[in-house]
Structures are given as structure tokens and as C-alpha cells.
Design a protein around this ligand. Sequence first.
Ligand SMILES: Nc1ncnc2c1ncn2[C@@H]1O[C@H](COP(=O)(O)OP(=O)(O)OP(=O)(O)O)[C@@H](O)[C@H]1O
Length: 316
Amino acid sequence: MKSSMRSMVRQRESRGKPRFSAKRLSWERMEPVIIANLSSGTGRRDRLERCIEILHTAGAAPEIRETEAPGHATTLARRAGARLVIAAGGDGTINEIVNGLSPGATLGVLPLGTANVLARELGIPLSPEAACRRILAGKSRKIDLGVARNAEGRERRFACMAGLGFDALVVRSVPPGLKRRLGAPAFVLTALNVHFRSRLPLLEINAGGRLHRARFVIVANGHFYGGSYRVARESLLDNGSLHVTVIEDTSTLLRPDVLIRILVRRPLEDCLPAFTVRRLSARSVEAPVPVQLDGEPWGELPMRFRVEPGALSVVC
Ligand SMILES: Nc1ncnc2c1ncn2[C@@H]1O[C@H](COP(=O)(O)OP(=O)(O)OP(=O)(O)O)[C@@H](O)[C@H]1O
């Protein structure tokens, strides 16, 4: 079973060459707007102001919009229209923006979050100054987006990953104060707490007619997870598929061969069942199973997931 899954991954990867080439972006004409979440991990005002200064010095005069509450970035992105919309924040802010962007808009990223998975995936420098220079260099490319659809038919896009079960419970449980103080290690501590103290509900996924039962499933659009941890060997942002990692039991994550790979940032697909698909469905088996999208809670199973190839234009 495992070897057939690995060969599926290999087959897909050999077909997974970039499908959308980079093109030069006329960002001056796109009237840039920065949507800034100053409550995100490293979203301090002085960092944002340094970025604005760099952009001004280069002759760009972006409009600045600060978020006032969770969800506000979606409204601001919707209002911005077909412009260069620069997300100053983390993956949660990017997720909100991606869910409000107009067709014809391009996303820029100033990584001011905790994990900054999409920035890492795109190779955007994590220093805000260097990220500004990348925006000024003005190249864009198309990437895929994942889409989750819940039982009521509501849809939400994700740029990096959906997590079913274990990590969604962690995201729900991490105390905001601990996250502010510790950053990413707050998730590791909470994950250990959830693993040892909670009874994780069982879920079932159906991918192309194959059923898998697990307590934790990662549906990734890219290959990084939770920062610089890896689920897959290489970036998958534009290969037209979702990468699925199946963790039957979270105690597997503490198995020495798996733990070592996690610690040295080797891809989980080397030691855990993984495959790529265009769509899958997931349901809970016994008790409600929570879901997270790009690190933010988004309801419970059942849900369907699919990829939208080349759905987002991003500065890279
Ligand atoms: N003005 C605001 N006040 C409080 N929370 C906000 C505000 N604007 C946005 N948020 C919320 O802040 C949360 C965290 O944002 P974000 O994910 O960008 O930062 P992060 O968690 O530090 O980064 P990462 O996801 O990269 O680890 C999101 O849930 C978002 O809805």
C-alpha cells in the first residue's frame, strides 16, 4: 500500500513541472494597496513603516489599510478590486485576502506572521525590507489554490494547507497569549498537550475511490508545513494537485524515524503514506472532526476539497 502511494507521488511529480511561467508585473499601474494585520506574529508598526518608506523611496505610493478585526482583510481585499494587494501579515491574513480578492488582482506578500508558510513556499525573503525589494522587482506567477466546501455548500479557498483532525484541534487550543510570547513553539507545546490529553476523533477520507481512516490528515497545496517543516520533497504550488499526508495515529509522529525527519525538516512523505489528488472528500467517523485552513479554524467535517489550478496571481 505504502509503496503504491509513493509511486503515485513520484508519477505525479514527474508530471508536476511548473505550468505557469513568471511574467513581469506593472505594479505601478496596479495601484498597490497594503492590507496590514498588525496583530499578526511579527506585525509591528515600525516594521510596516520601514516597508512603506522603502516603497516610497522607490517611487511607489501604496494605499495603506489596517485590519480592525478578524475577517476584515477579506472585506478590504474585496473593496480593493483588480489591483496589487499586498498582504502584510501571516498566512491567516493571506487566507482572508485570498478569499476576498477580485479576479485580475495580484497578491504581494510582506511576511509579518509567525510561520509565514506561503512566503517560504514562494521563496520570498522573511525580512520585510528584502520582501519589499522583491515586490519592487515586480515579477508575478500563477499558483494553484485549494478549495474546501462544507456540508452547507459554503466554500473557502486556502493557499497553503488544510488540516483535518489533530492540527485543527491544536490551532483551536493554542492560547493566544502563549502564541504571542513564544511564536511557533507555542504550537509544538500545544500539540504535545493535545496528543497526550485528548481523545482524537477518527476521520475517513475518500480519494479517487480509495478510503483511508486516520486521526490527522494534511491536504497541502505546497510542500512546507507550519513554517519550514516539509510534507513533500519539492514545491507543489503549481502542479495542479493537492498533496495528502495520512497520519493514522498521532503517536506515529513520535516514532523515532518520523520524529528525526520532522526535526531535521525532511519531507514526511519519505516515511508516511502520502499521495497527490485533484479532489477528495472527508467525513468524521464517530465524533466531530475540526478543520483548519492556512492555520485558522474553519468548521468541521464533512467537507470536500479540490484544487483550482493557476487560480491566483502572486508576486514571486
Ligand atoms: N485587527 C485585528 N485584531 C485582532 N486580530 C486580527 C486583526 N486582524 C486580523 N486578525 C486575526 O489575526 C489572526 C492571525 O493572523 P496571521 O495568521 O496573519 O498571523 P500569524 O498567525 O502570526 O501568522 P502565521 O499564520 O503565518 O503563523 C487571524 O486569525 C486574523 O483573523
